[in-house]
Design a protein around this ligand. Structure first.
Ligand code: PEP
Ligand code: MG
Length: 585
């Protein structure tokens, strides 16, 4: 039995069969093939080689244009290597003679070659080792990508263990019926983690060493409550976890009973609990859990799950389905937040070096106007069907907000010219998720119709901590005093300018943090459906004065650890069951 600690990102416990997902950067395991498969396997290799060459040819053409003929020659060198018989023949020979998979043969032959080059004293040769590694990854991406589809078919009831996972992969696994997953890398609010929650897939990230130790086919427990991965559990551990799964079911049922009740504090202040969704079907989850309305619809998932760019009709259809299900409750549509970990950088021929600070979100939309306007048209058309609000992600300057809003006005004019119905008063708001927006909240509040505080990014950008990096996960602290001050400032500015303000970051789903936000003046929280019942229970157990006292004290403390400890102690006295209801260990 092996027990690995990681970061809990999606609640629940599952017991299943391990499926280790190889990717191009992990060691490729030796997979032997039958004699009949040899020719097919060589053909796979040839197809991967052809696809890699296509990609390189495109890259070469672009590089010639963007970085100059001389610098672009590096790609000619890569293309040359892919046609070099001394490199290609040994791969074919390995597949044929040793009966191994194409990816294994590629990784072995290319690795040996890279090592040979790296060992040369002439530095010109030594640097070529990096080129060979790059090329290896390119070929493996073609081969492993294909293998992933194979895994998806085989994935039902499996626990997937991977080095890392993209949000798109997580969606695919969810569809393929996997039970849960664990990864070596990743942080608490990475989008893969958010998808796991949306799909109710218990997940642990940052469980370092998991792909090295785990073996496909063995039994594993993914404990998404405590952030533990147990491989090959012994019988007492299995039965302890089975009991725990049973009591978690009982706790969930007890929370389910709250669904029809109001989310009002004991002194009668209504708190609006809304849902964060990635897919229209999740509106039903929000209702089932006792939430009303959607405070954040992450529309970029329309983009990430299909093969092609979504059309206006694809957008409209998704919004229509949400609006229909919401039956009069508001739908807050966030315009495409592509980029960083939510755009397959792999699709870019030249990936950004620092994508979280790159051309993402509203910046990306403002540079891809046809795509942006397609979405705006669909949102505006949908606004004729029910209460819709729209908001822009990652706004960093007032000028940027104005620019985006001008495009909304343009699209409105077009629709009016074409006599297509829309709500001319559709509220246009923004996410407050970067420090510049929080610091200038007062100015933004004069322009925007509402604010939605995005703590996931606000924490990352305020503390300079990558939200997807497990190495700095311990520094990712929503309770950091700097973050609290920014949040307080945003709420105050919104209240002064009399615009709505809510929080849709993951932190709002923590009972103690939610009480703090209420104390700071928030009356609307938007969280993943599964987190709504516990929040409702907390709201119904407290009065606003108590929350205000908690917030007033928390903001005077000068470390995240102190704030967390204080909030937890106070929240535990208010809703003890939120803290010991789940875990029975
Ligand atoms: C946020 O940043 O807090 C947020 C809600 O947006 P996302 O997690 O999609 O970046
Ligand atoms: Mg964000």
């Amino acid at each position: 039995m092996d027990r690995l600690e990681g970061i809990p990102v999606s609640r629940g416990v599952v017991i299943g069969r391990v499926f280790v997902l190889d990717d191009s950067t992990t060691r490729i395991r030796r997979r032997t093939i039958s004699a009949e498969r040899i020719e097919a396997e060589i053909e796979r290799f040839e197809q991967a080689r052809a696809a890699a060459m296509d990609g390189l040819n495109r890259l070469y053409a672009e590089a010639q244009r963007d970085i100059g003929v001389e610098a672009a020659k590096i790609f000619l060198f890569h293309l040359g290597m892919l046609q070099d018989k001394t490199l290609i023949e040994p791969v074919r020979a390995q597949i044929r003679e040793q009966r191994v998979s194409a990816e294994f043969a590629v990784s072995e032959v290319f690795r040996a070659w890279a090592e040979q080059l790296a060992g040369m004293t002439d530095s010109v040769f030594a640097t070529k080792a990096d080129d060979v590694r790059d090329l290896t990854n390119r070929l493996l991406a073609e081969l492993v990508g294909e293998r992933q589809e194979e895994i998806e078919r085989a994935g039902r009831d499996a626990v997937v263990i991977a080095r890392d996972m993209t949000p798109t992969q997580a969606v695919r696994f969810g569809r393929a019926g996997v039970l849960g997953f664990a990864t070596d890398l990743g942080g608490r609010t990475s989008h893969t983690a958010i998808v796991a929650k949306a799909l109710h897939l218990p997940a642990v990230v940052g469980a370092r060493g998991s792909t090295r130790i785990a073996q496909t086919g063995q039994t594993a427990i993914v404990d998404g409550d405590d952030g533990v991965l147990i491989l090959d559990p012994d019988e007492p551990t299995l039965s302890r976890y089975r009991r725990r799964m049973e009591s978690a079911r009982t706790y969930q049922v007890s929370l389910g009973e709250l669904s029809a009740l109001d989310a009002s504090t004991t002194d009668g202040v209504a708190i609006s609990l809304m849902g964060n969704i990635e897919f229209p079907g999740e509106v039903d989850d929000v209702h089932e859990m006792g939430g009303h309305g959607v405070g954040l619809y992450r529309t970029e998932f329309l983009y990430l799950t299909g093969e092609a760019e979504p059309t206006e009709e694809d957008h409209f259809e998704a919004y229509r389905r949400c609006i229909e299900r919401l039956a009069g409750e508001p739908l807050t549509i966030r315009t495409l937040d592509l980029g960083a970990d939510k755009y397959t950088q792999a699709r870019e021929e030249i990936p950004e070096r620092n994508p979280f600070l790159g051309c993402r979100s509203i910046r990306y939309c403002l540079r891809s106007l046809p795509m942006f306007k397609t979405q705006l048209r669909a949102i505006l058309r949908a606004s004729a069907l029910g209460p819709v609000k729209m908001m822009f992600p990652l706004v960093t300057s007032v000028a940027e907000f104005r620019q985006a809003r001008l495009h909304v006005n343009d699209v409105m004019e077009d629709l009016a010219d074409q006599s297509i119905a829309f709500d001319a008063k559709v509220p246009v708001g923004m996410m407050v998720e970067v420090p510049s927006a929080a610091i200038l909240a007062e100015s933004f509040a004069r322009e925007a119709d509402f604010f939605s505080i995005g703590t996931n990014d606000l924490v990352q950008y305020t503390l300079a901590v990558d939200r997807t990096n497990e190495r700095v996960a311990h520094l990712y602290e929503p309770t950091h005093p700097a973050v609290l001050r920014l949040v307080r400032q945003v709420i105050k500015a919104a209240r002064r300018q009399k615009i709505d303000v809510s929080c849709c970051g993951e932190a709002a789903a923590d009972v103690e943090y939610a009480l703090l936000l209420i104390g700071l003046g928030l009356r609307t929280l938007s969280v993943t459906a599964g987190s709504i019942p516990a929040l409702k229970r907390a709201v119904r157990s407290v009065d606003v004065k108590t929350c205000e006292r908690m917030a007033a004290k928390a903001i005077t403390l000068d470390s995240a650890a102190q704030v967390s400890a204080f909030l937890r102690t106070r929240a535990r006295t208010i809703v003890p069951e939120a803290f010991d209801g789940r875990s029975v260990e």
